[in-house]
Design a protein around this ligand. Structure first.
Ligand SMILES: Nc1ncnc2c1ncn2[C@@H]1O[C@H](COP(=O)(O)OP(=O)(O)OP(=O)(O)O)[C@@H](O)[C@H]1O
Ligand SMILES: [Mg+2]
Length: 243
């Protein structure tokens, strides 16, 4: 995977931090949030509640992509009422880009409803209303038709995708990132996505950020061990119920 990322660093303007107020009390942020991006695809991985969505939303706000999904020309929720963390972010760019996309898996249906009102844009999504496609089909259709150049901030894109479609999604990521025209920052729990060659994995744990190989992540190890022998795993896990 070639190419340099457009956004290279994310940190905090310390004078804009509001101590003792959410979300500044999340350990990741309280510890002085600092993320560097050195590859076209960066995965953020960490336990539920570690702060991934909070950081991605703030980043989307700070880049102007809107809080709830959509690209600049599809901002169906402004989210401009104020985003304390978004305002406190300090972004360093190698090259400032204005094209991009922020997508939360859970708001995807809202987003596709919004697109129904914008008939002229259908051609960009495969010429077929996203509502006539299943969740996963629509998601992949968006990836295939809309993703070109720019910065893409994705929160758990795997939520809509079967394992087979996760592989198709990885092909798209590989192709766009390899052309050096797109940067992806992706929060994920998918052990499959984490395996993308050339991607960097940042693990968020106890408020610290560590660069790891996908093999070192809990997500990968637990999924591998479980799938290698589900019966053995579950025998231990469900032992109390069985007795
Ligand atoms: N309005 C709020 N007030 C206080 N704490 C909140 C509020 N909203 C979220 N939190 C807390 O912020 C923390 C970070 O949440 P966030 O959604 O960013 O986690 P996440 O890493 O995306 O988790 P997941 O993997 O489950 O999506 C959580 O502990 C959550 O309980
Ligand atoms: Mg989340």
């Amino acid at each position: 995977m070639h190419g340099s990322p457009f956004l290279t660093h994310l940190s905090l303007h310390h004078d804009r931090v509001q101590p003792d107020q959410h979300p500044f009390t999340i350990p990741l942020i309280e510890n002085g949030l600092s993320l560097s991006f050195t590859t076209p695809v960066t995965f953020l991985v960490g336990e539920n509640g570690s702060g991934k969505s909070t950081v991605l939303e703030a980043l989307a706000w700070a880049t102007g992509f809107g809080m709830y999904g959509g690209s600049r020309d599809h901002q169906f929720v402004s989210g401009d009422e104020g985003h304390a963390l978004g305002r406190a972010l300090q972004l360093t760019w190698r090259q400032r880009v204005t094209d991009g996309f922020f997508l939360r898996a859970e708001t995807f249906h809202q987003f596709s409803s919004h697109l129904i009102d914008l008939e002229s844009t259908f051609a960009r999504y495969g010429g077929r209303s996203l509502h006539e496609q299943s969740h996963g089909e629509a998601f992949l259709s968006l990836f295939e038709n809309r993703f070109e150049d720019g910065l893409y901030i994705l929160d758990e894109p795997e939520a809509a995708l079967s394992p087979q479609r996760q592989l198709a999604f990885m092909q798209i990521l590989h192709s766009l990132a390899g052309q050096g025209i797109a940067q992806f920052i992706i929060a994920t729990h998918s052990p499959m996505l984490l395996c993308l060659p050339g991607a960097r994995v940042l693990e968020l744990e106890d408020g610290n950020v560590t660069e790891v190989s996908y093999r070192e992540t809990e997500h990968y190890r637990l999924s591998r061990d479980f799938l290698n022998d589900p019966d053995r795993y579950l025998r231990h896990l469900l032992a109390d119920d069985a007795s």
